[in-house]
Design a protein around this ligand. Structure first.
Ligand code: IPE
Ligand code: IPE
Ligand code: MG
Length: 260
């Protein structure tokens, strides 16, 4: 891994994102276009996950968050949910060696306690054995919803106020950001959504405040290293201003600062 060339070596270091989030969408439509059941789309989607994780690691991305299953996806037909859970388990088992060999730390955001034990068990085991890895953070958003996460954080802060541990005036952007599970990772720089949809669908609502958005027409099962690099090149071409004037932004750092 370490001697493999970096596919984004041509992009200046300060124009590379530290944290990329991906809304992996279009599995069902990819399958439908081919007259296949939706399940086949999800299976092919798991191959795309493999390829994009590998590409991100090669590119030196510090954190990659993949939106794999939303809080709202529980309402899909039960057979589809069961199949997605089985695929998730298979992914965790099959990718274990690659994750460890590549110094990747696996983490999650979302209500993982809602997952069946057939997923929770390999998930917690892999999180535990990979916890000291430093090559890249791979964060799986599972049973994740941005609104659910924000309201959960608000609830925990309110409880701390009720318990006398925190004063209401101490709750500011920084305190709030620290109470979100994503605070363990660098600020989100780039948010990618595949399949030509232009919406956030309850993903990183807070974290996206100053993320650059890249919408790809490619269906997730077809999304691979090449499309990922296109997204990184698009990011590198953006002028990030964070509310400043263009002249100010030219001299300010390109990455989001505290509070994200
Ligand atoms: C993304 O693909 C996978 C999940 C949301 C679990 P979809 O299953 O949403 O595919 P489309 O959007 O129906 O094509
Ligand atoms: C978002 O995709 C969730 C994931 C990619 C896991 P959806 O397919 O569920 O979102 P909508 O329904 O198009 O908004
Ligand atoms: Mg979809």
């Amino acid at each position: 891994m370490s001697d493999a060339p970096n596919p984004i070596a041509h992009l200046p270091a300060e124009r590379r994102p530290r944290h990329v989030g991906v809304i992996m969408d279009g599995n069902g439509r990819w399958a439908k276009e081919r007259g296949l059941p939706r399940e086949r789309g999800h299976e092919k989607g798991a191959d795309a996950v493999r390829e994009v994780v590998r590409a991100a690691r090669r590119c030196g991305i510090e954190a990659l968050t993949l939106f794999a299953f939303s809080s709202q996806n529980w309402d899909r037909p039960p057979e589809e949910v069961v199949h997605l859970m089985a695929l998730l388990r298979r992914y965790l088992i099959e990718e274990r060696a690659e994750i460890l060999d590549n110094d990747i730390r696996l983490t999650t955001v979302g209500e993982t306690e809602r997952l069946p034990s057939l997923v929770r068990d390999p998930l917690s085991e892999l999180m535990e054995v990979s916890k000291d890895n430093r090559g890249m953070v791979l964060c799986l958003a599972l049973s994740y919803g941005g609104r659910e996460t924000i309201s959960g954080a608000a609830r925990r802060l309110a409880q701390r106020v009720a318990d006398g541990e925190l004063r209401p005036e101490e709750i500011d952007v920084e305190t709030f950001a620290r109470s979100l599970p994503s605070s363990e990772m660098p600020p989100l720089d780039l948010l990618v959504r595949t399949s030509g949809e232009h919406r956030i669908s309850n993903f990183f609502l807070w974290e996206s405040a100053y993320a650059e958005l890249h919408f790809s027409p490619v269906m997730w099962p077809e999304f691979g290293r090449e499309a990922f690099i296109v997204a990184l090149e698009d990011f590198a071409s953006r002028e990030r201003r964070f509310g400043l004037t263009p002249a100010q932004a030219e001299t300010a750092p390109r990455v989001a600062s505290g509070g994200d």
